[in-house]
Structure formats: C-alpha cells, structure tokens
Design a protein around this ligand. Structure first.
Ligand SMILES: *Cc1c(COP(=O)(O)O)cnc(C)c1O
Length: 360
C-alpha cells in the first residue's frame, strides 16, 4: 500500500513519475539498459539532461542571461560555493536569519572568510516570523543579500521578495522551488537541493545570472566553480544521472498538471485547509505568524505533548507517515510539497479530527 508521506525530505514523489521510472527501468529508450547504466557522454543522456534544463527554463521562465547548473553536494554545498564564486575573502555579504537553514548558510559563509552582516535575526520570535519589509537596509557595498524564502524546519515563509536595489539577491529555494510561479529576474542566484520538490536526493540546482560568475576565487575547486561547470554543461565530472533523469520526469509531471499556476492553486488550497483545521481546533496549534505561514511545511503541536507518540502511531496505522516534527522543534510537521495530493491532506485532517475527539 502507498502511504501519504509527510516527510520534509527526501519527500514524496508523484506516483506517475515513479511508475514511468519503473516501466523504463530496465530498458531506457530502447538502449537495453537502465538510464543509470548509460554513459553520461552519450547522446541519449545529453538529450535527457538538456531536456531537464529546458523544463526548468520553461516552467520558471528563466531569462536567457541566466545559467542553469546541475551540481552535487546538496543545498549545503552551495552555502560555501556561493561565497567562493561571488566574493573575495573580506568582502561583506548580507544575510537574513529566519531559522536553521539560514543559520547554517551564515556559518558556512563565515568559513569562507566573509564579513557576514546579519541584517535581521528572528531568534527572539523563536523563528516563527519573518522580518518586515523595510525593517532592514541592505548595505550598498554588500556582495549579495542571502535569504531563505521557506524555512523547512520552522515552517516559516516570506510573503514578499526582499528589495535590494543593485545588490544581487541570493535565495535558498530548496523547499519551495516549483511550488508556484516566481520572477527569476528579481534574483541574482537561486539554488535548491532536489529532494523536496524536484526529485530524489543527490542533485542541487543553481540558477545564476551570467554577469555574477567568472570571478571565482583561485582556490575554488573546479567542481565548485560555476563557470567551469557552466562551460562543461554541468558534466565536468560524472553527474548524478538517475537524479537528473527523475528531475526531468518530475518537470514533465508539473507541466502535465497545469504548470506552476495550477501548482500554486493546489498548494495554497492544501495549506489553507490544514491551517483552517488547526486554527479551528482547541487541540492543535501552529506557532507561526499568520503572514509567514509556509505552504510547504506545516508544524503543529498537540495540546498535550504526552500524546505525541500515540498520535504518530495511530497516524502510521492510517497510512499517514513521517509526521514527527524536526528534533529541534518537536511536535509534528506535515510537509505538503507538490507531490502531496489534496486527498492526503484531507486524510490527515480527518485523522486529526478523530484523534482530537477521542483524546482531546
Ligand atoms: C533541506 C534543505 C537544505 C539542505 O539541503 P541538502 O541538500 O541536504 O544540503 C538547505 N536549505 C533548505 C531550505 C532546506 O530545506
């Protein structure tokens, strides 16, 4: 039986994608081999990777002066690769700290000898809010402003795009990419680990404006150098071929589901129904400021935390899995990325209602 998997990542994948991959697994495109076994230098795989890149460009409307890179090392690798490529030691870079992923990005930037200017830190709200637009000023000499549009652990999401003037905006879109349309031209660099909304683990996508690359520090290893990777079509070394292939299938699935406008409507409806169920209950609570509530990750607590283990066990029996909150936050967290259907959210709400009636 397929379960509804509420994991924050690696996360649920669309069943249609898994079935296509299954059907093609042992004989991909008539090669008599799986896609995992073909050469990444062969024309079939090169076409597969090019088509995945085109899918990203088409769905997100990526302007022509941006490069799309397929890298490894996850989003975490980019925490260091961004400073290596966009700054020199001693440069200033501005960061907004809205939770654990921003905190890690900041820590990594410091290891790259940046002068990190944290313009806002939501520590005092316990990372349940975002800094208001206009409450911070981006220094004009900053190499970039980095922010995390969606904090996966805290379930906090920006409801606006920070205004930076001429300073490039850098965004960790790991847990919200492809969940709705965005205007890529507002950003200097967008990056995301694939394992939440794009496919399986092992692949990171970077979308970077061309004028920002070409000045990597001389100590940057080639595989972390955006220009070297761009010039090699992201195949300087062996790419994670199966992950790139699955990314292509996920992008086709988004297209077939109506594209990002349809995704946005579905995602907003799913999130609204879950927040409404939490808000209308005395038994469940969500700590996040209403304007900062994530469409993708919905943390919630039970009125009596001694019932947490029982909640999780009963949910599991109903095929609702991976609902435990992040160890740093506790309680529950339902991650409801693109691949989670409304039926999964409805099943969760039904269960939550039954559990509250029985134990509340
Ligand atoms: C999951 C996640 C990461 C870490 O991704 P890895 O691919 O494991 O390095 C970074 N940032 C955000 C916002 C995430 O959700």
């Amino acid at each position: 039986m397929r379960v509804y998997n509420f994991s924050a990542g690696p996360a649920m994948m669309p069943i249609e994608v898994l079935e296509t991959a299954q059907a093609e697994l042992t004989d991909w495109r008539g090669s008599g081999m799986s896609v995992m076994e073909v050469s990444h230098r062969g024309k079939d795989f090169i076409a597969c990777a090019a088509s995945a890149e085109q899918g990203i460009r088409r769905l997100l409307g990526v302007p022509d002066d941006y490069r799309v890179l397929f890298l490894q090392g996850g989003a975490s690798g980019q925490f260091a690769a961004i400073p290596m490529n966009l700054t020199k030691p001693g440069d200033t870079a501005a960061y907004l700290n809205t939770g654990q992923w921003s905190t890690k990005a900041i820590k990594s930037a410091k290891t790259q000898l940046l002068n990190v200017d944290v313009l806002a830190d939501e520590a005092e709200t316990k990372y349940t809010a975002i800094p208001a637009a206009g409450s911070y000023v981006v220094p004009s000499d900053a190499a970039y402003l980095h922010y995390t549009p969606n904090e996966t652990i805290n379930g906090v999401e920006f409801d606006y795009v920070p205004e930076t003037g001429d300073v490039p905006l850098v965004a960790d879109f790991s847990s919200t990419i492809m969940s709705r349309p965005i205007d890529v031209s507002q950003y200097g660099l967008i990056y995301a680990g694939a394992q939440k909304n794009l496919g399986p683990a092992g692949l990171a996508v970077v979308i970077v404006r061309e004028d920002l690359i070409g000045n990597a520090r001389s100590t940057t290893p080639d595989i972390w150098d955006y220009t070297a990777m761009a010039n090699a079509d992201s195949m300087l070394n062996t790419p994670p071929t199966f992950a790139v292939y699955l990314l292509g299938l996920v992008l086709d699935w988004i297209d077939a589901s109506g594209g990002l406008t349809a995704m946005a409507a579905r995602n907003q409806a799913k999130a609204s129904s879950l927040y409404a169920a939490i808000d209308s209950s005395e038994f469940y609570a969500n700590p996040v400021a209403v304007n900062a509530r994530s469409w993708m990750n919905v943390p919630f607590t039970l009125a009596d935390s001694s019932l947490d283990a029982e909640f999780l066990a009963q949910a599991q029996q109903r095929g609702l899995t991976n609902l435990a909150g992040h160890r740093a936050v506790g309680g529950m967290r339902a991650s409801i990325y693109n691949a989670m259907p409304q039926a999964g959210v409805d099943a969760l709400i039904d269960f939550m209602t039954d559990f509250a009636n029985q134990r509340g």
